[in-house]
Design a protein around this ligand. Sequence first.
Ligand SMILES: [Zn+2]
Length: 183
Amino acid sequence: MLFPLKFLPKESYKEAPRHFGARRSKGKRKHAGCDLYAPVGTPIFAVANGVVLDFYEFYLESWALEVDHGDFVARYGEVKKTLPAGVKKGAKIFAGQHIANVGVLQGLKLSMLHFEMYAGTAKGALTQKGNPPYQRRSDLMDPTPYLDAAQMFGATVFNPCVFLPGMSKASFGFTAGMGLYPE
Ligand SMILES: [Zn+2]
């Protein structure tokens, strides 16, 4: 899996209030994802190849993109309503593709990618208010170990050494001198 941002946020996604399982609503529920703090407009990249399942309003007027990545489903939450060209329900996306941008959380001074993962073994809406403490679908996963192990794509210049098995230059539409991300 690739890391969904080009940088590791200064504020750890493993510490409160950002970590998976952190207290929310005065202890009535638990945080269902990891928060990756980043400025509004920060590009977000697909962590693996996949297909866009859905895109909808999510939290404090931000939006969420659901992607089936094959081995798991990811919800990229708290993003902007406007997506990069070609990213829409049913679209195929590839690992490292620019798929969204960090959005504004109305009424908060913070902005972030709120990242959730699901095993993909259950059906139905990812948010399920009647399923405490996370209020999420039963196949919710802790994304922390996956983010810890994720490949960091910090470089903006193409480096053949960073390609992973299953990825090809063709899948990036790569041409000599082009940046890694075709944005
Ligand atoms: Zn969050």
